[in-house]
Ligand binder design. Structure first.
Ligand code: TTP
Length: 394
């Protein structure tokens, strides 16, 4: 079925990681998020894909163009990020007068569930959550979706909208919706109309992850790393120990005394050790450096970043070209054991994670022997002086 993948958004909740990198290009176990979405869509039944790009469009266009796809894949540009219905409208001229699938390009879906969606006529992927109030919640009776309510105080069900839809051909004419209360042109209004005019099925998804905020990028990497097969290339010392599912790309170097406990991914050009400890769903991007006496646990370290000496980095996300000075220590657990909070668009929000460290935008530099508290966000280009204790975002 023809498919539209939405990848034009600004990713404001993912800042500072999206200051220069569009969210669809953030790495998930070595593959950009949007590429993973396309692979899942094609594997599950997409016969043709139109990817809508917008924010930092060139990077997304290039990543798509440089891959060989088994079905036609093209990109169209959404001039202004006015909402999801507007994004599909940008693809409308490329679509045939036939049913079409729409997927959020920043979500992970399990392929079996996605394949079930592709088999349906008109449908929305649903996912069961305990506390649905912060999502779009589906009103469902006998598997039929009667409507969708945004962030309801009194949710009509525990089934939330995954942003994966099959629309009937007629919906192509319904994309010209009015602005919603929050000032966007929303695809959920098109879904609502579909529910009122035709039978829309709820297809329950076994797994789904909306990758909107930094800790969800960690979760996405945890998900994808757990699915990998062990594959060790590169230059790996006989005196290094690689336990479990570890991927080392060709062109990476693992020095003596290194212990890597999978799942972990070490991309080409990276240099690990000597004497480093990497564990717990860690992704080390291209040309990264993890040096002597460094422990990296459950973290995403993006391209060209370095943690060269005597550092603890846990449950954290480092953007590109970050350098943590010798002896930098990151806290990842509150003394009261409560979930760590993080600032998202100016508000402190619970990550829901008992352990979470820090988020560094591109180009952050920390001096030697500094300490950074749990849940700190360092903006792109921020610096920390030697010996400093960082208790607030900067
Ligand atoms: P959102 O997650 O609502 O928006 P976003 O990705 O820009 O993130 P944020 O809210 O943090 O700023 O978007 C859902 C999907 O739709 C996502 O894949 C991006 C895409 N999208 C567009 O393609 N065009 C748009 O105008 C908008 C708002 C979203």
């Amino acid at each position: 079925m023809q498919t539209v993948v939405l990848a034009a958004g600004e990713g404001t909740r993912m800042r500072p990681l999206t200051a220069d990198t569009p969210k669809p290009m953030l790495p998930v176990a070595g593959t950009p998020l949007v590429v993973r979405c396309l692979e899942d869509a094609i594997e599950s039944g997409a016969s043709r894909v139109v990817v809508v790009v917008g924010y930092e469009a060139e990077a997304v266009r290039t990543a798509i163009a440089e891959r060989d796809w088994p079905v036609p894949v093209e990109t169209v540009t959404q001039a202004e990020q006015r909402g999801t219905a507007d994004a599909v409208r940008a693809a409308r001229s490329e679509l045939e007068e036939a049913p079409f699938v729409v997927l959020n390009g920043d979500a992970l879906y399990d392929r079996e569930s996605l394949a079930e969606l592709y088999d349906a006529n008109a449908a929305v992927g649903s996912y069961r959550v305990e506390n649905p109030s912060s999502y779009g919640v589906l009103r469902v009776a006998d598997g039929r979706v009667e409507g969708v309510v945004e962030k309801p105080a009194d949710p009509p069900s525990n089934l939330v909208n995954t942003g994966a839809y099959v629309f009937p051909a007629a919906a192509l004419a319904w994309l010209d919706v009015d602005e919603s209360e929050r000032g966007e042109l929303e695809l959920t209004d098109v879904l609502q109309r579909a529910c009122e005019t035709t039978e829309v099925r709820s297809v329950p998804f076994d797994r789904w992850l909306d990758v909107g905020r930094p800790w969800e990028l960690l979760a996405a990497n945890e998900w994808a790393l757990a699915d990998l097969d062990r594959e060790v290339g590169g230059d790996v010392s006989d005196d290094a120990e690689l336990r479990g599912t570890v991927v080392v790309e060709n062109g990476a170097t693992i020095e003596p005394g290194v212990v890597i406990e999978g799942p972990a991914y070490v991309a080409a050009g990276s240099h690990v050790g000597p004497n480093a400890y990497v564990r717990g769903a860690t992704y080390l991007g291209p040309d990264t450096r993890v040096g002597h006496g460094v422990e990296v646990k459950n973290s995403v370290v993006m391209a060209d970043s370095a943690v060269p000496h005597l550092t603890y980095l846990g449950d954290s996300v480092l953007g590109e070209d970050v350098n943590l000075g010798a002896g930098t220590t990151v806290a990842n657990l509150r003394h009261d054991g409560e979930p760590v909070e993080l600032t998202v668009k100016g508000d402190r929000v619970s990550t829901g994670r008992r352990k979470f460290g820090i988020v560094c935008g591109d180009g952050v530099r920390t001096g030697i022997n500094c300490t950074i508290n749990v849940g700190i966000v360092l903006d792109a280009g921020a610096t920390v002086a030697p010996g400093e204790t960082v208790l607030r975002d900067r």
